[in-house]
Every structure is written in structure tokens, then in C-alpha cells.
Design a binder for this molecule. Structure first.
Ligand SMILES: *[C@@H]1O[C@H](CO)[C@@H](O)[C@H](O)[C@H]1NC(C)=O
Ligand SMILES: *[C@@H]1O[C@H](CO)[C@@H](O)[C@H](O)[C@H]1NC(C)=O
Ligand SMILES: *[C@@H]1O[C@H](CO)[C@@H](O)[C@H](O)[C@H]1NC(C)=O
Length: 404
């Protein structure tokens, strides 16, 4: 594929930004940007709009120079935003410009630990941008247009690439060889060494039976991985531990789905929140017992809330989750930023918890959603542990400070 901008260009911008972030600018008071829909903010938090006017902002990250990179799904590619920093949420946009012009990019963005290789993704291709050339991973096309990426901090040579289903019920994904509803891992060195692209099927199968696991996060203290398919929080063990029970495990989709409200299920004996049961026509001759060997979720969130990004605090005390929100549920649900508290690498709440998450930023009136709401998408932490949250429906990025 064509190299749209070599990585060299990116590096020059990053160096320039170091000058803009000089201490003399730390006193800056930002101009106020009004939120399109004012969020209701939980006690102990402050939130304000950092910038607006973006085209469907999704994945975000900070580079080593403190620049914010944003994938804009609305055709604008990757944007590089330089910031000036006062205290608390007093962060302002110093400049903002297009870094990669590629209208096919849609969600995933990751930077290697050494900051020298940027990975971004379209529906069918994962691209890497380096000093030298553009190499990539070719992916079997599917209907879910996002390709979530995660580079392991524990194992910096490993990148995880997720592919969703190509339909609501994608029967072919009962075979791992479908290349969909799964996550595979690749060696970054191997990917970037060659100039030719690498087929998705050559990656190591890490987890499958995951309908469309958009959010992936690595727990920072105890070396585990979490991901979030639809409304489940799944535990995936350790990326390089091929002997763990989770490695290569099937998580049930499309055969089994997790219960959220067992009381309304016709045959609910023994089914609790989080118990997997056989779903509809794909079930065939299977019974709920067929779901017992599948990996059950660690937490189950309300249906249709559509969690799409998750980021741990630096010490692993909590996982922040964006619930993008339902488009096919009445009354609407989701449309919020929530916090899942953790201890010793696992959620505090049990798997059958009715309240697995605490709300941090909510819309004032969910009945106005999805059209009259902000819809949380990407999350990123800056070096001062402030959380940045994109809202793709309103083209905004919020900066959120946590006051303890
Ligand atoms: C996984 O990687 C970590 C960090 O590099 C290492 O400490 C650990 O021993 C590895 N585990 C396995 C099972 O290879
Ligand atoms: C972890 O960090 C959070 C802030 O993100 C802080 O409130 C909490 O006290 C820290 N916990 C530990 C165990 O250090
Ligand atoms: C969750 O499971 C525990 C232990 O199995 C049980 O005591 C509790 O009632 C369950 N809670 C719900 C909400 O099902």
C-alpha cells in the first residue's frame, strides 16, 4: 500500500512540539469551549471541552512529547494536537493539524514503546508508519469496520489485532479459520522488518468467539489483559502465556451469549448475570450445557450500552470505560463514561454484579439519545494522569481531572 506520510514527517512535528511545551506557557488560561451537551459530572471529577469541530473522533493516544493523536473516522485520518498546559483541566489547544491523510482509517491507533512506529487501521488493513517504509498486516475483510489494536507494554514486540463479525450473527465464526470475531497477536519486529504485507491468518490466535471486542486494555500491575465484546468485560490472561486457560480460548459467540437480566429468560434455572446460554438459531442441537466450556465474561454490563474503549489508571486501581450507547434500544442506554474499580488485577465486583460500573460522565437526559447526546468513544491518559475522552457524535474531546 502507498505510504501517505512517512513516519519521518511525524517525528519532525513531535520535535517542534517540544518547543511549544516550554514552561513559560504553563500559565496559559484557555478560552472556554462550550460543550454541545453539558455532561453531568460525578463528584470528585472536573470535565471541560478541550476542543470541538472534529470529524467523528475515535481512538486517541499521547506520544512521548505530550502530543495528542486522534483518529477521525469521518475521513480526516490522524490529527496531531499540540497542547499547552495549565493546572487541572486548564489545558488548551496550541495547534492542531492533519498528520496522516487517509480517509479509510477508522478507530485503532497504537505507538510502540520506543515511539518509533505508529500503527493505525482501516477496515481491512493495519498500517505501520515508520522512518523507513510502510508495512502492514492484511486482514480478512468483515462488516465491522473497526480494527482495534493493542501493543503490550509488558511485551513490547507484541501487537494484538482484533477483527469483529461481518453480521449480527456471523455463523462462520464458529471456526477460528474464519478470521473474524477474534484477536490475533503479531511480532512487531517481524511486521516492520519486511516491506510486504502479512496475512491476518498468520497471527497467533489469542482469543475467539468474541463478537466485536472493540476495547482492549492491559492491566498495568499484574500482567493481565481485559477486553470488552459488546457488553461483556472478559479476562484474557497474559499475552505471552500460551499455557494459561485463557490463551486461545473461545468466548462463546455466536453460539452463547451472557445473561444480563435472567428474570426475563424463559428457562432461567441456575442462570445468573453473566451466565452464558445458547442463543437462537445458531444453537442447532446445542443446549445451555454446551456453553459451560466457553470462557464466561468477568463482568456483564447492561445490554446495548456498547462499551468501546477502556483504559486503566497507571497503578491499576480502576478501569475507565466509554459506553458509546445503544442505537436500537428503547429507552436508550449507555452514552456515558464509567469506572470499574479493581484490586489485585481483578474487578472488585463479582461476575454476577448488578452494578459493575460507577458513572463518571453522563448525559443529562438519555431519552434524547442518540441524536441529542454526546457519545463517548476513545480514551487517553496524559502524563499528569488526566483522562481525555472523545465524543464522536459531537466532534469533541473532553479533558477530565480526577480530584482525590
Ligand atoms: C511474559 O513476558 C514477561 C515480560 O517480558 C516475562 O516476565 C514473563 O516471564 C513472560 N511469560 C511467559 C509465560 O513467557
Ligand atoms: C492509584 O491511583 C489513584 C489515582 O489514579 C489513586 O487515587 C489511588 O490511591 C492509587 N492507589 C494505590 C494503591 O496507589
Ligand atoms: C451472586 O452470586 C453470589 C454467590 O454465588 C450469590 O450469593 C448472590 O446472590 C448472587 N447475586 C446476584 C445478583 O445474582
Amino acid at each position: 500500500m502507498a505510504s501517505l506520510f512517512p513516519f519521518k514527517f511525524f517525528t519532525i512535528l513531535a520535535l517542534t512540539s517540544a518547543l511549544l511545551l516550554s514552561p513559560s506557557l504553563a500559565q496559559t488560561t484557555c478560552a472556554t469551549v462550550s460543550p454541545k451537551y453539558a455532561p453531568v459530572v460525578a463528584a470528585g471529577y472536573n470535565a471541560k471541552v478541550l476542543m470541538n469541530g472534529l470529524k467523528t473522533p475515535r481512538g486517541m493516544l499521547f506520544d512521548s512529547q505530550g502530543n495528542l493523536l486522534i483518529v477521525e473516522q469521518g475521513g480526516a485520518g490522524v490529527r496531531l494536537v499540540k497542547l499547552t498546559d495549565g493546572d487541572g483541566t486548564n489545558v488548551c489547544v496550541a495547534s492542531s493539524k492533519q498528520l496522516i491523510a487517509d480517509s479509510s482509517l477508522n478507530h485503532g491507533i497504537q505507538l510502540t514503546g520506543d515511539g518509533k512506529t505508529l500503527f493505525v487501521s482501516s477496515e481491512t488493513i493495519v498500517y505501520s508508519y515508520t522512518y523507513d517504509a510502510t508495512a502492514g498486516t492484511s486482514i480478512i475483510p468483515s462488516g465491522h469496520a473497526t480494527r482495534t489494536l493493542l501493543i503490550s507494554k509488558q511485551n513490547p514486540d507484541q501487537i494484538l489485532v482484533q477483527v469483529g463479525s461481518n453480521a449480527n450473527i456471523d455463523s462462520a465464526t464458529t471456526e477460528a479459520s474464519s478470521g473474524r470475531s477474534q484477536a490475533r497477536i503479531f511480532s512487531i519486529n517481524a511486521l516492520t522488518a519486511g516491506t510486504s504485507s502479512v496475512a491476518y491468518s498468520t497471527g497467533t490466535l489469542f482469543a475467539w468467539g468474541l463478537r466485536n471486542s472493540i476495547g482492549w486494555a492491559e492491566e498495568p500491575t499484574t500482567d493481565i489483559h481485559m477486553n470488552n465484546p459488546g457488553e461483556e468485560l472478559n479476562y484474557h490472561g497474559v499475552l505471552n502465556d500460551t499455557k494459561s486457560p485463557q490463551f486461545g480460548a473461545n468466548y462463546g459467540y455466536p453460539l452463547c451469549i451472557a445473561a444480563r437480566d435472567p428474570t426475563i429468560l424463559p428457562a432461567n434455572t441456575g442462570i445468573q448475570i453473566g451466565t452464558q446460554f445458547v442463543y437462537g438459531t445458531v444453537g442447532g442441537t446445542n443446549t445451555d450445557d454446551s456453553c459451560a466450556p466457553k470462557q464466561a465474561p468477568r463482568l456483564t454490563f447492561p445490554a446495548h450500552t456498547a462499551p468501546i474503549d477502556l483504559k486503566f489508571t497507571a497503578n491499576g486501581s480502576a478501569l475507565y470505560v466509554t459506553f458509546h450507547g445503544s442505537w436500537d434500544r428503547q429507552p436508550p442506554d449507555g452514552y456515558r463514561l464509567s469506572r470499574v474499580d479493581f484490586k489485585n488485577g481483578q474487578p472488585l465486583q463479582p461476575a454476577n454484579s448488578t452494578n459493575p460500573a460507577i458513572n463518571i460522565l453522563t448525559n443529562a437526559d438519555n431519552t434524547k439519545c442518540p441524536n441529542g447526546c454526546f457519545r463517548p468513544s476513545g480514551l487517553a491518559w496524559d502524563s499528569k494522569n488526566r483522562l481525555y475522552m472523545a465524543s464522536d457524535s459531537t466532534g469533541e474531546v473532553f479533558v477530565i481531572s480526577v480530584m482525590f
